[in-house]
Design a protein around this ligand. Structure first.
Ligand SMILES: C[S@@+](CC[C@H](N)C(=O)[O-])C[C@H]1O[C@@H](n2cnc3c(N)ncnc32)[C@H](O)[C@@H]1O
Length: 275
C-alpha cells in the first residue's frame, strides 16, 4: 500500500504542474484512495506501480488523469445562499436593465464541478426573472475534471445531493424522479452547457461574460497561479461584468484588476476600466 515520501512528493508535483492544485503532505492518504483505481486501469497493481509507470515514460494522459482524480469537487445547490441573493436582488436586475437592447446574458461557472452551481442559476432565472424567457441566456460550466463534467452534463443527482440546498418545492418543480435519483428538468438543462477547461492553461474559445462565478477553486492554487487565473478571467469579462469568488477567497485578488462591491451581505467584484 502507498508509496515513499519522495514518490508522494513526485505525485504532488504532477498535480501542481497539471492543474495548479496544491496538495498538502498531510493528505497523502487521498492519493492512495483516488489513484488506486487509476493504477488498476493503467494495468498497475497498486499506487507504487502507477508511480513507476509515470516515471518510466511520463505518459501525458496518465499525468492528466492523476491531476483530475485529485481535484476536490465539493459543491451543492445554491451553495452559500448569499451569492444567489446578490444575483437575484442586485446583479441580475442591473444586467437586465443594461442588456434591454441586445437581450443577451452570458454567465460562466468557471469551476463548475458536478453542475449544481450552474443549474442553481438556471432555476433562479426561471423562478425570479420570467421576463428573460425570450432572451438569449447562456450558462456555461467548465471544469478540469471530465468525471464531474459527465455528471453535470447528465444532470442526474442522488438523494443526498438534492437534499442539499433545494427546497421541496424547487425539487418538485425542476426535477424528475427516477427511483433514487433526480434528473434536472429540460427547461433548466437547455440553459446550461458544460465543457472542459483548465483554468491554468490557455482557455478554449469562450464568449465574453456578464457574470463569472469562480468559487472555491482559487483557494487550491498558489498565489502566482491565482493572479494568472484572475487576469485571464478579467479578459473574458465585459467591462460591465461581475465576478463572484468563494467565501474563503474574498481577499484573493492582488491583481488590482477588480474593485470590490458589497451587497446582500456578500462581496463581488467589478472589472476596473483599462486594467
Ligand atoms: C470545490 S469545487 C467548487 C465547485 C463550485 N464552484 C462551488 O463553489 O460549489 C472546485 C472545482 O474546481 C475544479 N478545478 C480544480 N482545478 C482546476 C483547474 N486548474 N481548472 C479548472 N477547474 C479546476 C475541480 O475539478 C472542482 O470541480
Amino acid at each position: 500500500m502507498g508509496c515513499s515520501d519522495t514518490d508522494y512528493a513526485y505525485l504532488r508535483e504532477i498535480v501542481l504542474s497539471q492543474s495548479a492544485n496544491l496538495i498538502d503532505p498531510s493528505r497523502n492518504a487521498l492519493f492512495d484512495m483516488r489513484l488506486t483505481p487509476i493504477a488498476r486501469l493503467a494495468g498497475a497493481s497498486n499506487l507504487q506501480g502507477l508511480v513507476d509507470l509515470l516515471k518510466t515514460d511520463q505518459p501525458a494522459h496518465l499525468r492528466r488523469a492523476v491531476a483530475e482524480a485529485m481535484t476536490i469537487n465539493e459543491t451543492s445547490f445554491f451553495r452559500d445562499v448569499r451569492p444567489f441573493e446578490a444575483l437575484r436582488k442586485t446583479i441580475l436586475p442591473r444586467l437586465i436593465a443594461e442588456h434591454a437592447g441586445d437581450r443577451t446574458l452570458r454567465i460562466w461557472c468557471a469551476a463548475c464541478s458536478t453542475g449544481q452551481e450552474a443549474y442553481s442559476i438556471g432555476m433562479l432565472i426561471l423562478e425570479e426573472f420570467p421576463e428573460l424567457a425570450d432572451w438569449d441566456v447562456r450558462i456555461v460550466g467548465t471544469d478540469i475534471s471530465r468525471q464531474v463534467l459527465e455528471v453535470a452534463q447528465k444532470g442526474w443527482y442522488r438523494r443526498a445531493e438534492v437534499a442539499r440546498g433545494l427546497s421541496t418545492r424547487l425539487l418538485a418543480e425542476y426535477f424528475e424522479r427516477h427511483g433514487e435519483e433526480w434528473e434536472i428538468s429540460p427547461r433548466v438543462k437547455t440553459m446550461c452547457e458544460f465543457f472542459f477547461a483548465n483554468l491554468c492553461a490557455p482557455l478554449p474559445k469562450l464568449p465574453v461574460f456578464d457574470v463569472v462565478l469562480l468559487r472555491n477553486v482559487l483557494l487550491y492554487f498558489p498565489e502566482q497561479d491565482r493572479s494568472c487565473v484572475l487576469s485571464d478571467v478579467y479578459r473574458q469579462m465585459r467591462s460591465s461584468g461581475y465576478l463572484m469568488l468563494g467565501n474563503a477567497e474574498q481577499a484573493e485578488d492582488s491583481t488590482n484588476l477588480f474593485e470590490m462591491e458589497f451587497a446582500q451581505e456578500t462581496y463581488f467584484y467589478r472589472p476596473v476600466e483599462g486594467g
